[in-house]
Design a protein around this ligand. Structure first.
Ligand code: ZN
Length: 430
């Protein structure tokens, strides 16, 4: 397995289906994880059902240890990787003439499904970039809004809900965190928390650059509520089972601390009248070593840099720089073109040589900015220069992607490199 494949496998949470040592509770790893509680003759409670690409695997894994019907299906939230892999189960219910299961979701999950229907084209556009690694592996579409399952039991904010099946109690808690439609579950008889994506075994996915607002402060408070349970097992939304009260305590405590930290430090700087650029670079300087070193906060999927954006966006409008020049900016291509004009004849060559020097000195990000002046500003007929600039940009993006640990950042950079490859082909053909 190459290191990049290993990285993908890790991010996708690949491991074996297991029954927890407390018995009757199963973890079926997929993108994302599925939790199953076997209530004997009463049937099954399923917490999250992953995405369509995994539904057959999930179904087969469950049917290896029980033939009982699904009585409850609970969505930790309405994201594609938690609430869409149910079709095989519905088919089975129909074939066997079983009663339909109760579907439990947060009230905002219904709004999410409506939004997915309205924004289908957009969702596909951004997901093909965020999950470029999946689309390259043949997964053409990740969200199927037309197939969403309407909840039959709706959990409202601040209203906990519980039910019993067989000898087990199911406590459900609505939260905000990665989404505003989150639910986590606690099974007191077995001391198991089913966290959904409030825990993904790595740094929370709190500031995804493609997605709508997320909620770091609420996230921290959710961790603190989970801590009160003193659970012995935690099934995360992604990644391996977390076992043992000490491990769970450490994971929840440091994740809560990290969310409080990024929230409170950004808020402090907003109150000091700082604009995004200043605040962002200051925040990079003060990131505590203990977070950097924590195995629970590795930036495998999202990362701290994204989280800074999340807090800023929560409290701030779109005017980020405080510089009136940026209020109604000119087109970036026009600005670049003027910069090239100022630099006089052969300006592209000089820009290119400068970008190359920056690249050789390891200043990759600065090199990208300089190359963009040529790419955006030069005449489209200047093919040779465009090809050189695009080629160097592609090389830099690939290098940056190799240096990255975050799945989302890697995908954005690699996707950028692929688009440039296509652009180069296009220029050569023209
Ligand atoms: Zn997920």
């Amino acid at each position: 397995m190459s290191s990049s494949d290993k990285f993908q496998a890790d991010a996708l949470g690949a491991s074996d289906t297991i029954e927890l040592p407390c018995r009757d509770v199963w973890l079926i790893p997929a993108f994302g994880n599925v939790g199953v509680v076997n209530c004997g003759d009463e049937g099954l409670v399923i917490f999250d059902i992953a995405q369509p690409a995994f539904e057959k695997k999930i179904f087969n894994d469950i049917r290896k240890f029980t033939d009982k019907p699904v009585k409850y299906l609970i969505f930790s939230h309405g994201h594609f990787d938690h609430a869409f892999g149910f079709r095989v189960f519905l088919k089975e219910i129909e074939e066997k003439g079983w009663k339909k299961p109760q579907i439990i979701a947060h009230e905002n999950c219904i709004k999410r499904f409506e939004k997915y229907k309205m924004m289908d084209g957009h969702q596909n556009f951004i997901n093909s970039q965020q999950f470029a690694a999946l689309t390259q592996k043949g997964v053409r579409r990740v969200v199927f809004p037309e197939t969403s399952l309407d909840p039959t039991i709706i959990i409202r904010d601040n209203e906990n809900y519980s039910f019993k099946l067989g000898s087990f109690t199911f406590e459900l808690y609505p939260e905000w965190g990665e989404t505003d439609d989150a639910i986590w579950m606690y099974l007191p008889e077995k001391k198991v928390i089913f966290s959904g994506d409030l825990i993904i075994s790595h740094y929370p996915n709190v500031g995804n650059p493609y997605k709508v607002q997320r909620y770091p402060k609420h996230w921290a408070l959710a961790m603190e509520r989970m801590l009160q349970k003193k659970a012995e097992y935690l099934i995360p939304g992604h990644g391996a089972l977390i076992e043992g009260p000490e491990n769970i305590k450490e994971c929840l405590t440091i994740t809560a601390e990290a969310m409080h930290f990024v929230h409170d430090e950004v808020v402090k700087r907003l109150n000091q009248g700082k604009w995004f650029e200043e605040l962002y670079h200051e925040m990079l300087e003060i990131y505590p070593k203990k977070f950097e070193k924590s195995k629970w906060l590795r930036p495998v999927y999202g990362c701290y840099r994204f989280a800074i954006h999340a807090v800023y966006r929560l409290y701030h409008g779109w005017y980020n720089s405080g510089n009136p020049t940026d209020l109604f900016p000119s087109k970036s291509a026009d600005i670049a073109n003027e910069l090239l004009k100022i630099a006089g004849s052969n300006s592209e060559d000089r820009y290119f040589e400068h970008a190359k020097k920056l690249f050789e000195d390891g200043k990759l990000q600065l090199a990208l900015h300089i190359l963009d002046v040529i790419i955006k500003g030069t005449d489209t007929q200047n093919k040779e220069m465009l090809l050189r600039s695009y080629s160097l940009k592609r090389k830099i993006l690939k290098k940056q992607a190799n240096l990255e640990t975050s799945f989302i950042v890697k995908n954005i950079l690699n996707n950028g490199a692929i688009q440039i490859k296509n652009k180069i082909k296009e220029i050569k053909k023209s």
